[in-house]
Design a protein around this ligand. Structure first.
Ligand SMILES: C[S@@+](CC[C@H](N)C(=O)[O-])C[C@H]1O[C@@H](n2cnc3c(N)ncnc32)[C@H](O)[C@@H]1O
Length: 212
């Protein structure tokens, strides 16, 4: 693309960043569903100069390469299904947790189960970020990863997830309020106008509970 971004998805994250300042210079960022890499490019730009530190880990179920040579030293990518990503892998990459977790994950949209699929993937991102497990998918997630955890998002951190509007989305947003001091739904101009897609934004993660 003329802009240098690998896809127009970049403009969605730029809009969210402009409004909510979810990535700060020096942040540690997790980008779920990162291929082909436009959000990796935007996230990397927001880290500021290299001396500020900051890194981005991108995960995608499809093969993925770092899209921008300028970001080579600060962006790592991994091919994996986020739904079965072992917590130990995230712990190894970011032992102190992440400041920002992004999820633009989407499965093939047939139009039939879009809402359900988007909630499964957003639920996965919520689980990774906060340890959240909700009725429909939560127990399955706990079974897959083998144990409960309190999440990899640091207190005060931000979470952004793509969600399709439909049955269950209000409940999902309501659940987010238990974990974040501020929750917003954001439709971005860069989405197709007929799309039911929006981004659920959680700001200021509340301190995680102690695991018993
Ligand atoms: C809309 S694209 C993301 C675009 C990306 N944000 C960018 O800026 O280039 C959605 C991505 O989610 C990935 N995805 C879907 N299900 C996934 C899963 N279970 N685990 C990891 N990635 C997944 C797809 O492979 C696809 O690359």
């Amino acid at each position: 693309m003329k802009s240098g971004y690998v896809s127009r998805a970049a403009y969605k994250l730029l809009e969210i960043q402009e409004k909510h300042k979810i990535i700060r210079p020096g942040s540690t960022v997790l980008d779920l569903g990162c291929s082909p890499g436009a959000w990796l490019q935007v996230a990397c730009q927001q880290l500021g100069p290299p001396e500020r530190g900051g890194t981005v880990l991108g995960v995608d179920i499809q093969p993925v390469v770092v899209p921008d040579r300028h970001c080579d030293s600060r962006v790592r990518v991994m091919q994996a299904d986020a739904r079965t990503l072992p917590p130990s892998v995230l712990h190894e990459y970011a032992p102190g947790g992440f400041d920002t977790v992004l999820s633009d994950m989407l499965q093939f949209t047939s139009g039939v189960n879009d809402v359900e699929l988007s909630l499964e993937l957003a639920g996965t991102a919520m689980h990774i970020a906060t340890g959240y497990h909700f009725d429909l998918y939560g127990e399955a997630l706990v079974q897959r990863v083998g144990f409960r955890h309190t999440g990899f998002l640091r207190p005060g951190g931000a979470l952004v997830m793509k969600v399709y509007e439909g049955a269950g989305t209000n409940e999902f947003i309501r659940d987010m309020q238990k974990y974040f001091t501020k929750v917003a739904r954001m439709r971005v101009d860069a989405s197709r106008s007929m799309s039911r897609e929006f981004y659920a934004v959680g700001l200021g993660r509340k301190p995680p509970p102690k695991l018993s």
